[in-house]
Design a protein around this ligand. Structure first.
Ligand SMILES: *[C@@H]1O[C@H](CO)[C@@H](O)[C@H](O)[C@H]1NC(C)=O
Ligand SMILES: *[C@@H]1O[C@H](CO)[C@@H](O)[C@H](O)[C@H]1NC(C)=O
Ligand SMILES: *[C@@H]1O[C@H](CO)[C@@H](O)[C@H](O)[C@H]1NC(C)=O
Ligand SMILES: *[C@@H]1O[C@H](CO)[C@@H](O)[C@H](O)[C@H]1NC(C)=O
Ligand SMILES: *[C@@H]1O[C@H](CO)[C@@H](O)[C@H](O)[C@H]1NC(C)=O
Ligand SMILES: *[C@@H]1O[C@H](CO)[C@@H](O)[C@H](O)[C@H]1NC(C)=O
Length: 774
């Protein structure tokens, strides 16, 4: 804001200068120089519009891909769903908006991760504090997960979230913490004067309600106010650099689960939102590229001949930089950042064809999403069914296309205050005053049997059904083995039958969070509500409406009907679901996973209204609330470390095991999938951050140049242990895309290993035989 004033003054002075200058040369023709002066004023105004902005804006992005082998994926909590390669990489994407270079600011970080984690937030803020002092704190930093279910887990501190990952996985945690920090540093260093344009629209066909019978429990009058049982709204921000007028980034919020990839998938990916981000950033980069018009189509005969002369290399030593040099999109901090953020996603599934019984092909039971009582037989179908990679692409593409439309037509400029409020709450026993003046309480965290049943996106344990309000005796005995719920808890959680009283389970360390942060961020007329979980569609609508109403009624016209409120889901920490009181009665998965009892949503609304009121009335929040614990020192880590990978005798890492299999015609074309398998070491030795395990190289003259890497949707890096020899194998599979350029190609692998726990890491590489593509 200060800079804006300065600019007006400077402009005024330079205008005065121009004015006198004109006066001298136009020798007294006063009408003339009035016109010229007015013209200059208009020009100055246009120039100001074009070259400066309301805010200081910076964007950043950093690779956060964790261990691509052996680590349980975060999301489905499915034992054995461990990483085994990469579909495409995970990134942390950040924007910072400030009112001046050292002034008030907010930082929003979008993570290709299942959710935020309390420990990540604590540790990253410590790092930011030692680097930037108190510029970035829990108050003004929001760290939000996209909810992909295809990223490595073990980075959360509460026990319930690290059972299937065999506890804490330091490598997962460090990859994400480092990426958040690096992306914030980048955004911070990029801060420049600029403008923000907001646009709002609908996304079609990217989500359906996966618990419609629960949604129907909400009052009819309330449901009648909405066209659909999911929120289809996408809100997009376009960030523009003030000096150049160039677009520098776009962040959007839209609710749909990151469950296009199933619980059988083992390849790391950002799921549908990750696809949308990859497509958006690539689309932006390709916009003004002079189109690769291959006017002279190379002769395929010559390409084949050239390719035939180039055989697979043997495995060779290399260094880490060799992998990074083969990265197609190099991160020098100047890239356009496109991010797809999560919202009130609780009951929204990307498996938009609906859920069907895998035995009969018929729709599942409506109230329980089971098939003749068996929850495991009822599975949702994405639009690419039965191909989940295709489903992921389609749902990603639908979000991407909506975002492009909103981006290209975003013209409403945000202006006005940057503000934020944040408070920690102990959700164990918040007193909530209902409209009827009745006072009720939230409860210690607990899960019901509907949680164990899982969802149609990923069925859970056999023997449970969504909507169960009774627990079978056997399970009661088994869950009592962990901890018998207190009578207080049993009463408090009703009608949820308590399967796991995780709020009362404190050994070996707390199983569930008690302390949760809530946060409200403001950018002019845009209000972002950071929530530490997954609000269902209606729960989110109620929260947004209550906050907006409070802002309007508590302010003197500063907020009005134009104020736009959005929810940033899975932000700052994680505490599962938030269903409405009415949905809670039905105890489907989302309700059974609403940890703090039937009044959880009412507690959120009550507490967010306090923050909104403070913001509207211009008060500070003096109550910080109880700090969440840092449990880093007590984490169990049972995932074995690794060292000593070795290739079979006489073979080197990077040597080829299975070379390219040529089709009869002798060359490949669009839609073909050339592949090669290399002897390799476990990819956990080095994550090759901002590098790649796989590249498709094209021969340019006598030089090989990377054309695709493991961040491309067309190239798959798959890792496995050969089941007979127990040696590691890396397979590279390239689905030749439609826009491929004809030429001579080869597949190249990068890896790393270490002989003993203390020996240094050795890097290696190897390449397949060359092949022609037309
Ligand atoms: C592409 O060109 C258009 C028109 O010249 C310009 O407005 C836009 O900013 C350019 N985009 C990029 C990515 O340079
Ligand atoms: C679902 O349950 C409700 C009661 O909660 C019942 O009225 C309805 O008939 C059930 N629907 C089906 C299809 O079973
Ligand atoms: C939260 O509140 C409960 C009930 O008052 C209390 O027992 C517990 O110690 C509190 N938790 C924390 C982490 O402060
Ligand atoms: C406020 O906006 C909503 C929708 O955005 C509209 O339906 C309503 O009529 C508006 N109210 C007023 C008082 O302008
Ligand atoms: C709020 O806090 C800020 C910084 O601590 C201070 O400058 C400001 O005066 C306070 N505002 C009110 C209304 O107390
Ligand atoms: C080894 O893997 C192959 C294919 O991956 C499979 O067909 C075979 O049954 C496996 N053998 C054993 C002993 O697991």
């Amino acid at each position: 804001m200060a800079s804006w004033l300065e600019i007006i003054v400077i402009d005024y002075l330079s205008l005065e200068y121009a004015h006198t200058h004109i006066r001298l040369s136009s020798s007294g023709k006063s009408n003339m120089h009035l016109i010229v002066a007015l013209g200059l004023l208009v020009c100055a105004w246009i120039w100001m519009q074009g070259t400066h902005g309301e805010y200081f804006i910076g964007v950043g992005s950093y690779d956060m891909t964790g261990p691509a082998a052996d680590v349980n994926m975060m999301g489905y909590a499915s034992f054995g769903q461990n990483t085994a390669g990469i579909y495409f990489r995970l990134r942390a994407r950040t924007f910072i908006v400030a009112d001046s270079l050292q002034g008030k600011r907010i930082a929003f970080v979008n993570l290709d991760a299942g959710m935020a984690s309390q420990l990540l937030t604590i540790k990253v803020l410590e790092r930011l504090n030692s680097r930037f002092g108190n510029l970035y704190t829990e108050e003004n930093v929001a760290i939000s997960g996209t909810h992909t279910h295809a990223g490595p887990g073990g980075y959360l501190q509460y026990m319930i979230y690290s059972v299937t990952s065999l506890g804490f996985v330091k490598q997962s945690f460090e990859a994400i913490a480092n990426a958040i920090e690096q992306s914030i540093i980048q955004a911070h260093n990029n801060l420049k004067s600029g403008s923000i344009f907001m646009n709002i629209g609908d996304v079609k066909g990217a989500g359906i309600n996966r618990s419609p019978s629960a949604y129907l429990q909400n009052p009819e009058e309330e449901r009648a106010r909405y066209a659909t049982n999911v929120d289809t709204q996408m809100t997009l921000l376009r960030f523009v650099d003030g000096a150049s007028g160039k677009n520098i980034g776009a962040f959007s919020w839209f609710a749909t689960h990151g469950t296009s990839m199933s619980n059988k998938n083992m390849l790391i990916s950002g799921d549908n939102k990750g696809v949308a981000a990859r497509l958006f950033e690539d689309w932006f980069a390709s916009q003004n590229k002079s189109s690769n018009s291959n006017s002279t189509m190379p002769d395929i005969g010559q390409l084949v001949k050239k390719a035939q002369s180039i055989k697979a290399t043997r495995g060779k030593d290399c260094n880490k930089q060799a992998s990074q040099a083969s990265k197609v999109r190099k991160n020098d901090g100047s890239l356009f950042v496109g991010a797809f953020c999560q919202s009130n996603v609780g009951d929204v599934s990307p498996n938009v064809l609906g859920a069907f019984c895998i035995d009969s092909g018929k729709p599942c039971d409506f109230n329980h999403s089971s098939c003749h009582g068996n929850d495991q037989l009822c599975v949702g179908r994405g639009p690419g069914y039965p191909n989940e990679i295709l489903s992921t692409k389609i749902i990603g593409e639908r979000q991407f296309k909506s975002a492009v439309d909103l981006f290209e037509s975003a013209s409403e400029e945000l202006a006005g205050k940057i503000e934020y409020h944040h408070v920690y709450l102990n959700f164990t026993d918040i007193e909530v005053e209902l409209d009827s003046n009745k006072v009720v309480k939230t409860c210690p965290a607990a899960l019901g049997p509907g949680f164990a049943a899982g969802t149609t996106d990923g069925p859970g344990v056999f023997g449970f059904q969504q909507g169960d309000t009774k627990i079978k005796k056997l399970w009661k005995i088994l869950s009592g083995f962990f901890k018998e719920p207190s009578q207080y808890q049993l009463n408090c959680q009703k009608p949820k039958p308590v399967l796991l009283s995780i709020g009362e389970m404190l050994d070996p360390y707390p199983w569930a969070p008690a302390i949760l942060p809530i946060q409200i961020l403001r950018l002019g007329k845009l209000i972002i509500l950071s929530v530490p979980g997954e609000f269902t569609t209606m729960a989110g609508r109620r929260l947004k409406e209550a906050v907006k109403k409070t802002l309007i009624t508590s302010s003197n016209g500063e907020f009005n009907n134009e104020t736009h409120v959005i929810i940033a889901g899975l932000t700052n920490t994680y505490s599962q679901y938030i269903a409405t009181f009415e949905e809670y009665q039905h105890q489907r998965y989302e309700a059974a996973s609403t940890l703090y009892g039937p009044h959880t949503l009412s507690a959120y609304i009550q507490e967010f209204k306090k923050l909104a009121q403070a913001m509207a009335e211009g008060h500070n929040i003096t109550r910080k609330g109880p700090s969440p614990p840092d449990l880093s020192s007590v984490q169990l880590s049972l995932l074995p470390g690794l060292f000593g990978d070795s290739p079979p005798k006489g073979i080197k890492f990077g040597d080829i095991k299975e070379d390219i299999a040529f089709p009869e015609r002798g060359y490949f074309t669009k839609g073909d999938t050339p592949s090669a398998t290399f002897w390799s070491a476990n990819p956990r030795y080095d994550l090759l951050t901002e590098g790649t395990f796989a590249a498709v190289e094209r021969l340019k003259g006598e030089r090989w140049v990377a054309a695709y890497d493991d961040d491309d949707l067309s190239l798959f890096f798959k890792w496995k242990v050969d089941n007979s020899s127990l040696h590691g194998l890396a397979s590279l599979v390239w689905e030749i895309p439609n826009d491929v350029v004809s030429g001579v190609y080869r597949l190249k692998h990068f890896g790393a290993t270490r002989i003993t726990l203390v020996s240094p890491i050795n890097y290696f590489t190897g390449a397949s035989s060359a092949f022609a593509v037309q």
